[in-house]
Design a protein around this ligand. Structure first.
Ligand code: SAM
Length: 224
């Protein structure tokens, strides 16, 4: 399965999907065609991707099940819908989009986030704002690996997340995925190589913190 298909599959049977940063519109198209989603709202901050998405939707004869909105994040979207997707952007940009429309975000039943980077910073934002982790996925698409977070807002659930949860994912780190173990091992090797080459104390200290986190992760896994 590729990243787009996994994202679409996570929207399964949604009455309404809101895809912020839809670009080509492939996630919404797949969700409508294959995963029983009834209507998709395709949002993008730029005209060109929105037009691209519209062309792709027309080619698939899905125009009646779609609405296109030029919008920075959710700012121009005021309807209450059930499923939100924000994928293919940096973790900090995703956090900003969520933060700018937090009251709207809280109303979605299912929120699917696929950051390209800075996943730990996005997790920290989610934890601070009572977004509860329902699931996490890891997928290799081409040469890159992607993390996907499924969450929803609930300030009544008292879940306490640790530093390891924030860094590696509260669900992901407990799933025992071979791909997860492979990524951690590669990261460890890379960090050790960087440590050998580093010549400033600040840089070395940062690498050591990252290595210590990996050590802690392994310790936690072995019940230490
Ligand atoms: C790399 S594409 C990701 C496309 C698709 N979501 C995916 O995961 O394959 C990022 C898209 O997000 C859009 N974008 C960036 N910042 C945005 C914002 N603040 N609000 C809405 N869309 C944004 C860009 O215009 C671009 O089309």
């Amino acid at each position: 399965m590729d990243r787009i298909t996994l994202l679409a599959s996570l929207t399964k049977d949604a009455n309404s999907l809101v895809d912020v940063g839809c670009d080509h519109g492939y996630v919404a198209i797949k969700a409508l065609e294959e995963y029983g989603v009834r209507h998709a709202y395709l949002l993008d901050v730029n005209e060109a991707p929105l037009e691209n998405a519209r062309r792709n939707v027309i080619n698939k004869n899905l125009l009646t099940q779609t609405t296109f909105i030029l919008s920075n994040g959710l700012k121009e979207f005021d309807e209450e819908k059930d499923t939100l997707v924000i994928a293919g952007m940096g973790g900090i940009l995703i956090s900003t989009i969520l933060n700018d429309s937090l009251e709207k975000v809280k109303k979605f039943k299912r929120i699917i986030l696929a950051p390209n980077n800075e996943v730990d910073k996005l997790r920290a934002f989610l934890i601070r704002n009572h977004l509860v982790f329902d699931d996490e996925h890891l997928i290799k698409d081409g040469k890159k690996c992607y993390e996907i977070i499924v969450c929803h807002y609930d300030d009544k659930i008292k879940t306490s997340y640790s530093l390891l949860d924030m860094k590696f994912g509260p669900i992901l780190r407990k799933k025992n995925l071979p791909l997860f173990a492979e990524i951690i091992e590669k990261k460890k090797t890379l960090l050790n190589e960087c440590l050998k080459k580093a010549n400033d104390e600040d840089g070395k200290a940062k690498i050591k913190v990252e290595l210590a986190m990996i050590q802690l992760l392994k310790g936690a896994k072995n019940g230490k």
